[in-house]
Ligand binder design. Structure first.
Ligand SMILES: NC(=O)c1ccc[n+]([C@@H]2O[C@H](COP(=O)([O-])OP(=O)(O)OC[C@H]3O[C@@H](n4cnc5c(N)ncnc54)[C@H](O)[C@@H]3O)[C@@H](O)[C@H]2O)c1
Length: 207
């Protein structure tokens, strides 16, 4: 793999989509897959898929396709998911609890390792084997557990405050579900998740 390559964000965002389907194939004991099959299933252009994957080295064999397990391993390496990445979630409300209960760790190696909230009724509750901790323990816990990513599921009015505390604690990336833009130093990567906007924009396309 050309490690110094700067990979475009669109390619990086497609890799988990490939990975998810490859994992599905692997569960069904499928050993090889062609770019055509991947393209059909994922509604992507096979040439685009070949281009994306060739970017990281020659994985496919002409006439045979890609070895599913090998491709899974390579994509995980590229995404750095060959190591466990610990995650903290802040805001144990409706959305936060649902996310904690979704067990992405088994397949994807990103693990919610700590949950924080500032409400006395929430602190001490157990969600999917995790005890909700007060914010006062955030800094220490993040460092002790080598937590590198924070998920924000607090009200929008609290999101910046929480983001500041995550940055202060040494987090490297944030996934923000609160409907507001947060300001962070340049070295911190922020992604926004907004399925409400997706849903609302869908309305435009209805007859
Ligand atoms: N991205 C999306 O599509 C989408 C969808 C649903 C909700 N949301 C957003 O997600 C957030 C959570 O929604 P919800 O329905 O779970 O709300 P909720 O009120 O059920 O939960 C919010 C939780 O955050 C906690 N909290 C508030 N301030 C805090 C702080 N400073 N530090 C730590 N914890 C704090 C509260 O005690 C509560 O447990 C909101 O911002 C909401 O707008 C986004």
């Amino acid at each position: 793999m050309k490690s110094s390559l700067k990979i475009s964000e669109t390619v990086v965002r497609r890799l988990p989509i490939y990975l998810r389907y490859l994992n599905e194939l692997s569960m069904r004991n499928v050993q090889t897959v062609s770019s055509q099959e991947l393209g059909n299933r994922l509604d992507l252009n096979p040439a685009q898929i070949r281009k994306d994957l060739a970017y990281f080295g020659e994985f496919g064999k002409k006439g045979i396709g890609y070895d599913v397990s090998y491709l899974i391993e390579k994509i995980r390496q590229i995404l750095k998911l060959d190591q466990t990445i610990n995650v903290a979630l802040i805001g144990a409300g409706n959305l936060g609890v649902a996310l904690c209960n979704y067990n992405m760790y088994q397949k994807d190696n990103m693990k919610i390792q700590a949950v924080f909230d500032n409400h006395p009724d929430k602190i001490g509750q157990t969600i999917n084997h995790l005890t909700v901790l007060p914010l006062s323990q955030m800094h220490e816990k993040i460092r002790a557990e080598n937590i590198r990513v924070g998920i924000i599921t607090v009200p929008a009015s609290e999101a910046q405050n929480v983001a500041d505390q995550l940055v202060e604690a040494g987090i490297e990336g944030i996934l923000n579900f609160a409907p507001t833009i947060i300001k962070v130093p340049e070295h911190i990567r922020v992604h926004y998740a907004d399925f409400t906007a997706d849903l609302l924009s869908l309305a435009y396309y209805l007859e």
